[in-house]
Design a protein around this ligand. Structure first.
Ligand code: FAD
Length: 470
């Protein structure tokens, strides 16, 4: 048997357990060289996502070290770096777990072509999803457009059992040079926000597994009933771990089954699957209206109202609380995401891509598929979307899902004698150029909710009439 090493290229699969690529690689008994590359795709991610990936790499490097391996870091175009590493190490092949977003896929196709042209093996594995995006098809062999039908079909498939973490990994005869993670300067774009985000972040596989078992033990039973209340710790908090592959969806599926099952929770995990299924069939949906009729909708381009929205300064407390939560923690409760997105696209009549971009910059759980689906679902331009005329009222949403005002109190400092720590953290994280202070007056409304709703519905009626034109 050849003892030439195999290079393992890690991207969104920073875990030892249930990692099909790593499992198979360890079984070969060959020397393994784990690698992560800061390539143009990763460089294009938003500030919080880049930083969070780096934090994940740091934890993962320690897990690999416990198995006798090193995580080699390099920066540059992936196909060039991989070819260079092959030349340096005499590696026979490069393996990786698949990514499914268009940018990632294009990069992987180019890397595979280059490696194979040079006579190097290139092999990709599943692992980011329960089901490969093309594995679930309608009777006609096409993709699904409606979640309930998709999930009914997907749930009939068997995702298989999670694979165990490997034992000791065989090292190569010599380790190639590695960048120092700090030289990548992944926190630079966050500026003052880094210290605040760091306080709210606990990256890595061990933490992900702990969170899952804690959720299943103490919160899963009330999930369906309480998941819509943003002041409560009622959901799993696993999204950022799934995003970086610090836990596999199959582990979630399997552990949830062992804990007695939870159809509602698993169906939310199913929405993530559906998002990738849609992105697979419509790769442009991260940038374009899924339903191209919406190209003629009179969205406003970026504007001063949208800037107030980004800064959590719309004067609408539930919306501002949501934006501030994201700025401080890198996450936003799902109900709050829906209300904040609805407010931007309907009350402020602003193009959903303006909001999508801000979420992509601020979310530590940023996911190219889930973010695109979430925005297009709220805006009305996506498949199986909420109809545009269903406009969330930010006031009544607050009354319904934050009845005691605990969420708004937690995140809004202005007008409070004793603001909460999280509310103050927002001002610590915000750029100085925003010139905001917790003891300033809370901003007045950008638009009256009823007036905003009417403006949105008028625009919708005009657009509907327009659609009828040839
Ligand atoms: C406008 C908008 C943008 C969004 N952007 C993202 C994003 O960038 N990244 C992201 O992971 N989720 C996104 N979501 C989906 C959802 O808000 C988050 O996944 C959820 O809030 C994460 O919290 P949790 O892990 O506690 O979820 P739980 O309620 O515990 O759900 C378990 C898992 O299921 C998945 N999930 C839950 N809801 C959804 C959903 N609606 N769509 C897709 N997957 C879902 C997540 O992976 C989540 O971790 C977005 C939703 C909206 C409305």
């Amino acid at each position: 048997m050849s003892d030439r090493p195999i290079i393992l290229w890690f991207r969104r699969d920073l875990r030892l357990a249930d990692n099909p690529m790593l499992h198979e690689a360890a079984r070969t008994g060959r020397p393994l060289i784990p690698v992560a590359i800061l390539d143009p795709v990763a460089e294009s991610w938003g500030a919080a996502a880049r930083w969070r990936w780096g934090e994940g790499l740091s934890v993962f490097a320690k897990s690999l070290a416990q198995k006798g391996a090193r995580l080699i870091l390099r920066r540059g175009e992936a196909r060039d770096i991989l070819s260079q590493l092959v030349a340096e190490t005499g590696a026979e092949a490069v393996w990786w777990s698949r990514t499914y977003d268009p940018d990632g896929r294009a990069r992987d196709v180019a890397a595979k072509a280059r490696l194979r042209a040079n006579g190097t093996g290139a092999r990709s594995f599943p692992g980011h999803l329960l089901f490969e995006p093309d594995a679930v098809t309608t009777g006609q062999g096409t993709g699904y457009k409606v979640f309930s039908a998709y999930w009914r079909a997907a749930s009939r498939l068997d995702p298989g059992r999670p694979l165990p973490a490997p034992g000791v990994l065989v090292p190569p005869s010599g380790w190639p040079d590695s960048d120092d993670l700090s030289s990548w300067r992944l926190a630079d774009a966050l500026r003052a926000g880094e210290a605040v985000l760091r306080r709210n972040s606990a990256p890595g596989e061990p933490e992900a597994l702990e969170r899952l078992s804690d959720f299943l033990r103490s919160r899963a039973a009330a999930y369906a009933e309480r998941r819509d209340f943003p002041a409560e710790d009622a959901t799993s908090g696993l999204s950022e771990y799934l995003t970086y592959g610090e836990i596999s969806p199959r582990t979630i599926w399997s552990e949830t089954g062992k804990a007695g099952g939870n159809a509602k929770f698993l169906s939310e995990v199913g929405w993530r699957e559906f998002a990738y299924h849609l992105l697979h069939h419509s790769p442009d949906m991260a940038r374009d209206n899924w339903n191209r009729d919406w190209d003629r909708f009179p969205w406003r381009a970026d504007n001063a109202d949208a800037e107030a929205w980004r800064r959590g300064m719309t004067g609408e407390p539930f919306v501002d609380a949501a934006l501030r939560e994201m700025y401080v923690t890198g996450r936003m409760h799902n109900r709050a995401r829906m209300v904040a997105a609805s407010y931007l696209t309907k009350h402020l009549l602003t193009d959903w891509r303006v909001g999508l971009a801000w979420f992509a910059d601020c979310l530590t759980d940023w996911d190219p598929a889930a973010n695109a689906l979430g925005w297009q679902w709220v805006a009305g331009s996506g498949p199986d979307a909420a109809p545009y005329f269903r406009v969330f009222n930010p006031v009544t949403q607050g009354e319904k899902f934050d009845p005691e005002g605990a969420y708004r109190h937690r995140w809004i400092a202005e007008g409070r004698k004793q603001p909460q720590e999280d509310a103050l953290a927002f001002f610590e994280a915000a750029p100085k150029s925003w010139k905001i202070a917790p003891d300033a007056r809370y901003p007045s409304r950008r638009i009256d909710p009823a007036e905003g709703r009417k403006r949105a519905l008028d625009a919708y009626e005009r657009w509907k009439a327009l659609k009828l034109l040839p």
